[in-house]
Design a protein around this ligand. Sequence first.
Ligand code: IDP
Ligand code: MG
Length: 192
Amino acid sequence: MALFPRCLLRGVSSQIRNLNVMPSSPKFMYESARCSSNTSGVRERTLIAVKPDGVHRRLIGQIIQRFEKRGFQLVGLKMLRVSEELLSQHYSSLCKKAFYPSLLHYMTSGPVVAMVWEGHNVVRSSRMLVGDTNPAEAPSGTIRGDFSIHISRNVIHASDSVDGAQKEIALWFQNSELMEWKCCDHDNLYQF
Ligand code: IDP
Ligand code: MG
C-alpha cells in the first residue's frame, strides 16, 4: 500500500470537508433548512401547485400521477383562483423583477390546483421531479422538461426549501384542509 505524508492527507480531507459545507452550495442551504425544521423525515411536506397553463392543458392527472408513482402521499388538494394578495406574499422575493406584473397576470389568469404532498425528502425530491425553473434547462423526464417550453409558462410550482414549504403551506391551506392519514403501503416505502 502506498504511504502518503500525513500532512498531505490532512490537507485533502479538510478540502473534502470544505466542499461539503460551502455556504453557497444548494446542498448546504437544503441541509440547514431541513435541520431547522421540525417536520423532517417521513412527515416532511411541500406545496405543489399546477399553474393555470397546466390546468388549461389538462395536465393535472399526469402531474398527480408522477408524485403518486414516486410514493409520496397526498395530504391536501384544492382548486382555486389565486388572489393577487396571496400571490404578493407567495412571490414577495420577486416583486422587484421586471417580469413580476406578467407573473401575477399569468397566475391569476385561470384556476390553479394546489396540493400538499408528504414524504421523506419530499421538498428536494419534488424539485427534482419538477425540473429547472427554465424549461429549456429542465431534462426530459422532469415535469417542466416534458410539458413546457418557456420560463413564463412552466406549468407547476414546487416549494424550494423545507422552511419555505412550511410558510407556503400555511399561506395556501387552512389546517382543517390538510388530512392526517397513514397510507397502507407505508412499510413498502420505509423501514421506519
Ligand atoms: P421556481 O418556480 O422554479 O421556484 P422562481 O425563481 O421562484 O422559480 O420563480 C417563480 C416563478 O416566476 C417561475 O416558476 C416562473 O413562473 C416565473 N419566472 C421566473 N423567472 C422568470 C423570467 O425570467 N421570466 C418570466 N417568468 C419568470
Ligand atoms: Mg421559487
